[in-house]
Design a protein around this ligand. Structure first.
Ligand SMILES: Nc1ncnc2c1ncn2[C@@H]1O[C@H](COP(=O)(O)OP(=O)(O)O)[C@@H](O)[C@H]1O
Ligand SMILES: [Mg+2]
Length: 320
């Protein structure tokens, strides 16, 4: 249950030590190592982003915490409760919004929440079913059948279900995949309110922009390993690499002397590419240098690394 008073003795929201998962081989597929001994601490009260490409291991990690997948090795604790030895308390401390929408469509939203509250042993007098439905904009669907709800409404109902026991930690596994912009905005507003009121929020996503907009700390997971775990600002500083591509009015055969101190290369098509960091270089300054080198610019554009490049770079550079 939610206890928002955080002291130096308060255990972290999540603490993983050497957490590993290998999915066993089946007739159709070989064994798959999904998590390779993950160490990760998620502080209480944070809005934490777990960012990684598809197949990185995000859902595996979340599903182990939710008790839906059994770990192969290592330990996991939620608010100090070991998921293996203190399962009941660990379960009571988190609410998980799963990535896949799967629900019993023969219930109404009201019944679905009541069932969930019953499952968690929330006494009738402490249930907030109507309040939660209203908060997620489902009050007027209270008694409709779940099968009649739109995809966005089902998604909101999943969030509502995760909240019935007032969990200390709320985990959302790619909640905005396939969700329209308006719903996304509403969902984030509501989750941000919960966070302001002390709930630790953990969000998995493969969108950098989403993690960037919401989270105060971001860990990157790639191929079952954590390759970065930093305050958002620190991480973004490492991701500020851009490339300026200049098409000169006459193709270049060599890089002018004056530009050699820059990270510049000549591409086969005669364009000049200059890598720079937005944190310490202004594009106007670069353009001035290009003009000073007597290059007439016919066209220009910038390229940003895509997330896959970033994941690769961080994976490759993490020990350096
Ligand atoms: N039930 C499963 N059986 C076998 N392999 C699985 C299963 N679930 C996930 N995997 C594999 O484990 C890896 C991690 O998957 P997942 O945790 O779903 O990643 P993410 O959520 O980051 O996209 C992937 O290679 C995926 O194919
Ligand atoms: Mg996933």
């Amino acid at each position: 249950m939610n206890n928002n008073k955080i002291t130096s003795h308060t255990p972290p929201a999540i603490e993983l030590k050497g957490l590993s998962k290998t999915y066993r081989a089946t007739k159709k597929a070989p064994a798959k190592i999904a998590l390779k001994g993950i160490d990760l601490t998620i502080p209480r009260g944070s809005f934490f982003g777990l960012l990684g490409p598809n197949g990185a291991g995000k859902s595996t990690m979340i599903n182990i915490l939710a008790g839906l997948v059994t770990k192969t090795g290592g330990t996991a604790a939620i608010c100090g409760y070991d998921i293996e030895n203190e399962t009941r308390q660990a379960r009571a401390s988190i609410g998980v919004v799963p990535q896949e929408i799967s629900m019993d469509v023969y219930f109404t939203p009201w019944q679905a929440l009541e069932n969930q509250a019953g499952y968690y042993g929330v006494p009738k007098s402490e249930r907030r079913t109507d309040e939660i439905l209203a908060a997620l904009g489902l009050a007027d669907k209270r008694d409709a059948y779940v099968r009649q709800l739109s995809g966005g409404m089902k998604r909101r109902l999943l969030v509502a279900k995760a909240l019935v026991h007032n969990p200390t930690v709320l985990i959302l596994d790619e909640p905005t995949a396939g969700v329209d912009i308006e719903l996304r905005r509403q969902l984030w507003e509501y989750v941000q309110d919960l966070h302001k009121n002390g709930t630790t929020v953990i969000l998995t996503t493969h969108y950098l922009e989403e993690a960037e907009a919401l989270c105060d700390q971001i860990a990157i997971i790639h191929n079952g390993e954590i390759t970065a775990n930093e305050k958002k600002e620190t991480l973004l500083k490492r991701l500020d690499q851009k490339t300026l591509i200049i098409t000169p009015d006459t193709p270049l055969s060599t890089i002018p002397e004056a530009l050699r101190k820059l990270e510049s290369t000549l591409r086969p098509d005669g364009t000049l590419s200059i890598s720079y960091r937005t944190g310490n270089t202004s594009i106007m300054d670069l353009l001035d240098q290009v003009k000073a080198a007597n290059i007439t610019i016919a066209d220009l554009r910038t390229e940003e690394p895509d997330l896959e490049d970033v994941f690769m770079a961080l994976t490759y550079n993490r020990d350096s």
